[in-house]
Write a protein that binds this ligand. Sequence first.
Ligand code: F6R
Length: 608
Amino acid sequence: MCGIAGYSGPKNADQVLILALERLKYRGYDSAGLAILHQGEIHLRRAAGKIKALSDKLESFPVAGHCGIAHTRWATHGAPTEANCHPHVGGPDVPTVAVVHNGIIENHDALRRELQALGDVFSSETDTEVIPKLIARAYTGDPEAAVRAVLPRLEGSFAFAVIFADQPGRILAARQGSPLLIGRGKKEYLLASDVPALLPHATEVTYLNDGELVDFTAETCVITTFAGTPVEPKFTRIEITADAVEMGDFDSFMAKEIAEQPVVLSRLLESRLAGDRLVEPDLGLDLKAVNHIVFLACGTSWHAALLGKRFLEQLARVHVEVDISSEYRYRNPVAGGDTLVVAISQSGETADTLASVRMAKAKFLPVVGLVNVVTSTIAREASGVMPLFAGPEIGVASTKAYTAQVLALYLFALQVAKAKGLLSREEELKAIVAARALPDQVRRTLAAAEGPVQEAADLFSAAEATVFLGRLGEHPTALEGALKLKEIAYVHAIGYPAGEFKHGPIALVTQHLPVVCICPQDAMYEKMLSNLQEVKARSGRVIAVGDGNDRHLQDLSDVVFPVETPLDPLLQPILTILPLQRYAYHVAMRRDCNVDQPRNLAKSVTVE
Ligand code: F6R
């Protein structure tokens, strides 16, 4: 979590850095700060609260200079106060060194005690502050030597950037476990935790690997390993445009990303289909030999993984396990030679999923990354990559990446089935027709559900709890619908397999409890209707998700969210989740919540 940025070039550094922080705020937004080098001094500006608070401060107390570092924070050690804001500084009297840091220094307590014993006075509760203090003590005029001397003392994960008061235009940065990118523009270099923050200034990017250190100015960029071995930077063109990371005419990134889903799914289909044939992704694997698949993921990606299991079981008859990455990494899982590990991660940077990938690789298991960010660490470390092509997802709540993950998993299951001789040509054709019909169905479903969704939000936005029920493929939809409502509208919500409801949670039902019953026209329809009746019989309020023309649903529900029926029932969850995304959005709006920056959250969970 946290986003860091740096700039050295001809422009006003504060302006470049504020824009970079805006683009990184999905990584944390509880406080922000920057440090600018000017005439041999480090000028600090820091503010608790949103980045706007920092911009306001800069208006009242402007700062000049063409080189600086900046940070947007997601608090781990210490509350989001101004004192805990980055940059943190070191130096005997006035600051000689300033540092921004993303990650956690696990041995900070011991280092702090050691530095305090030497006379250093700390002004924050953060783990970060030990870094500038150590560097300032090690500095005798050679910045690289000082940073190199400190690196072996730091335990944990980090990406940090450092400036020195007497080194104009120069920034050093190191990476061990947290992402760090270097952008190159016209006579300027930038650094950031993610590509969007390099735009529009940089046209090319290179990615630091763990154990690498960069030392750059406006005109030079030198990368070495921590041990000092030179690394040839490989700059590649930045493919995303500034438009892709702007909100456009929408009021939030979440609204924009929900609306983008038809285009995202079409793009994914184009990448995986050639006419009426599946294109096998180049994973360097014999899919025929795969008999056991382990999906690893967190949060929304874990919900997609649950659907991946269903697709693979149904279509390819492969034994599948789904594990939450933070659990898997501390277990001692049994896995044989025919096991394939698939790590699902929008960002490709989630700490627990990355750790699980490394653990699986250490057991010599093949690992495929199903990622949206193809330049991410998981993408680079996995033996094969299946990209989602969803474009940058900036809203903290995952929406378009989720539906893309689900479709990608469906296509992957078809591929495995085909490799194993379990998919006839006729079945392949039918599946492709069903998949190709989806983007238009998504477009129509979003349009048709909007009125009822708003009606339900008007009715239920004050409810303090909501239950979501679904069976089989709609159980992950129930989990995902509940997660969306929790995270952006702060409504306590649970998703439950509907058959389990009467084993306890039904006790929650009163006339104040909205229960969302996901009842499309599938094999579970009758059973779901019974669940719905049971809720109704206890005076519960019902939102049904299903066929808009279904009289039963209309009679039994307060509101029906109409969804289309796909040509392959396995694809239904891609449609049923759509009104639930919009429902969470509308409830959040009515509760005055910031849907793009929900409290306590960050988009990429890069710490444990
Ligand atoms: C919820 C959400 C999170 C992420 C989770 C994993 O809307 O976005 O639950 O799904 O943090 O993130 P990735 O997919 O980047 O590994």
